[in-house]
Design a protein around this ligand. Structure first.
Ligand SMILES: Cc1ccc(Sc2snnc2C(=O)O)cc1
Length: 352
């Protein structure tokens, strides 16, 4: 049996086609940010409290008013069918079984109807790229809202796709492999990257938040915010959440690790809206540190794909269960009996 998330990573590396593995693990350019998302956690030291009754620990919390069993959810990654035949349907089933939120990618390899049919009671959010053809975006939003999606996660850090050196060396392309089911992706002929997402509207800007608010009742969460200036603009544009993200180090290389950008955003937001984080979460103490520094929950990207590769829905459940047990143990060992008892006092700042 696998005893940590790294075991699932090793399995995926050994069992995926080389170009698929390199696409999933890939970062932008020199992968400085991809690697620092992980190493930044290892520099943070915890300050445990003892002699508290730790016989019962409660890991439940809420996001946008919906309850989740522990503060770890599934980030939007595309093309789950690259890892498992039923792809996103399996991912959604695991999320429903674990009672955590699954953010479905715009570039899902399964129809949204099928994802919902397979996991009708799961908490689902939709990740959106505004398409150049706004009618397509409006139709997609109305469809998923009618399917019971509860929030819209607008990705702001991808006006174009990051520079993925290994994908370019591998001439890795999607349309050849499998199509996106819910959105038509025009095949680009002579673009330097076969992964170009030219259908994304690079003119999208702050004024479009009002447009989105005019076509949906879903709360809007901005994914990719890294600075206090943009956090303040998010507040002034009345969005309901911020997901501090650097796209797993796959977009602009040499931005900070998300755990290092979190404090700036949390301090700017001053509790007015919920702040979430993705990037580099691999152990239970990583989750505890992110919450201690102000994240309401964290999102997993690559580890979910490793679980899918191992054994589909069951593999994703094993990844989530493993992390839940590690997180529970980190609470027991620091004297946190509930999420509300996790505070920044748990983190040693003297060395940061
Ligand atoms: C058509 C098409 C081309 C490329 C992708 S991959 C993508 S989209 N947002 N993020 C990523 C990423 O790999 O980090 C998806 C669809």
């Amino acid at each position: 049996a696998f005893v940590c998330l790294a075991d699932f990573q090793a399995f995926a590396k050994d069992n995926l086609p080389k170009s698929t593995w390199e696409f999933i693990e890939g970062g932008a350019d020199e992968c400085i940010t991809r690697d620092e998302n992980i190493s930044a956690y290892k520099k943070i030291r915890l300050r445990p409290r003892f002699l508290r009754d730790m016989s019962v620990v409660d890991t439940k919390t809420t996001i946008q008013g919906s309850e989740i069993s522990f503060p770890v959810c599934i980030a939007p990654t595309g093309f789950h069918c690259l890892c498992w035949p039923d792809g996103e349907q399996s991912t959604a089933k695991a999320a429903e079984a674990m009672n955590i939120c699954y953010v479905t990618s715009t570039y899902s390899s399964c129809f949204y109807d099928d994802i919902v049919a397979g996991a009708p009671n799961g908490l689902r959010w939709i990740q959106l790229y505004v398409q150049r053809d706004r009618k397509i975006t409006k139709k997609l939003i109305q469809k998923v809202e009618s399917l019971g999606y509860k929030a819209l996660v607008l990705t702001v850090d991808t006006p174009a796709l990051g520079n993925r050196l290994q994908d370019n060396r591998n001439r890795f392309s999607f349309p050849a492999l499998l199509s996106t089911k819910n959105i038509h992706v025009p095949i680009e002929e002579n673009s330097e990257s076969l992964l170009s997402v030219s259908s994304i509207d690079s003119s999208t800007s702050w004024k479009d938040i009002a447009w989105l608010k005019s076509i949906t009742q879903m709360p809007i969460i901005l994914k990719g915010i890294l600075t206090r200036e943009d956090a303040e603009l998010a507040i002034s544009h009345n969005v309901q959440g911020i997901l501090v993200s650097n796209h797993g180090g796959r977009q602009l290389d040499t931005v900070p690790a998300t755990i290092d950008a979190l404090t700036e955003v949390v301090n700017a937001v001053q509790g007015r809206i919920e702040v979430y984080l993705d990037g580099g979460i691999r152990t239970g103490t990583d989750v505890l540190k992110a919450l201690a520094l102000g994240a309401r929950c964290v999102f997993l990207g690559r580890p979910i794909l490793w679980g899918l590769t191992y054994k589909g829905e069951e593999g994703v459940r094993q990844v989530l269960n493993l992390l839940k047990k590690e997180f529970y143990r980190s609470m027991v060992f620091t004297g946190c009996r509930s999420i509300s008892e996790i505070s920044q006092d748990l983190v040693q700042f003297s060395k940061l």
